[in-house]
Design a protein around this ligand. Sequence first.
Ligand code: HSE
Length: 440
Amino acid sequence: MAHVLRVGIAGLGTVGLSVARLLDLQRNVLTARCGRSIVVTAVSARDRTRDRGIDLSEVEWFEDPVTLAQSPDIDIFVELIGGDNGPAKEAVEAALRAGKSVVTANKALIAHHGRALAVLAEEMKVPLLFEASVAGGIPVIKTVREGLAGNRISRISGILNGTCNYILTRMEKEGLSFAKCLKQAQTLGYAEADPTFDIGGNDTAHKLTILAALAFGVDVNIDAVYVEGISTIDSFDIRMAKKLGYRIKLLGVAERSESGIEQRVHPTMVPADSPIARVMGVTNAVSIHADAVGELTLVGPGAGGDATASSVIADIADVARGLMSPPFGSPVATLGRAMQEPMQRHEGGYYVRLTVADTPGAAASIVTSFANAGISLESIIQNRSEDAALLDPTGRSGAPVPVVVITYATTEQAIRTAVDKVIAEGYVVEKPQVIRIERE
Ligand code: HSE
């Protein structure tokens, strides 16, 4: 039997502890599957004295992750520190330069520095693996890189942030406020250290650009992703979506367009009976359209210690078996460039909420402006607001009232033109809400 694979783990947070615990728990099955045993021999974490609930008395402790990364007593460096710069990046670079295999769950690191790190890994002829960086426990990277190697992928999309899906689900199901749902997601350990990364859509963008690189053979490029988060989603929008037969999800979508690869993250209305709409809570889902296999959807836990550790261990097992492929499926030198596609060209249906003064001419301005922009309306709904009713039961108060417009397929440019026109005519009293609709 080959020699023991000696693992060094940097970062003993929720995921790091789960990795150490599961490697011990599954020791026998992993030995059988990999043909060698896998043992954690060294760790680095800030506080050595903290009781972490597992026995680490036999492992070597390092204060500094870079020193751990270079230690001659490990074969594989597992980076679970997080952050796109600082100690995580320094330690991963040091490990690769020292000829160690590297496994990381760090999506920010790969999204920002994936190309340079892949170049280094290729030069050093060592694996750089990051299954846990996208969609937690769902083995989507292996699916795209290996399982679909014989396909031409045209689109990859999904719910890639458990915190946002959890918040949107609870807001809809229990009528709770955005702030309360976010607090609960943080308590349950789903949210990033800085939760603005979750709700601002950046975490989804990191994951999407990694998937796009693997699926389309382009450079990982966070700047190529158009990003909008969920913080402007109001409980009114959630109720309206439900009334209209939709559900709001934060989707990441990467697809081939006429001019390149479109990568976008934004709140999206999806039909309430579609498979993606039924993905609730912290669960993630990724749908892949590919020529040979057709459509494939993977659904599973997108966050959480054990689920994410499951993906980290899958990568460690590949290293133990001696498997190696270029980090992004194809050698870096063959990857194309990914540029941001202008959203103005985006085509689809739209939900537009315009809060206007409840005065004569407001509805006419909306209908005319949309018609003049060449937009066909599927429906238009105005419900007199409760405030307006209180102020003036005749309904002529001039108080703000939300008018919701649902359009047939049009372009983002046309929507912006129409909305700007209604604003210019002086009826709009709040920032308009625009949510894209995906009907398929
Ligand atoms: N904050 C992330 C999420 C954790 O909510 O999905 C997993 O990347």
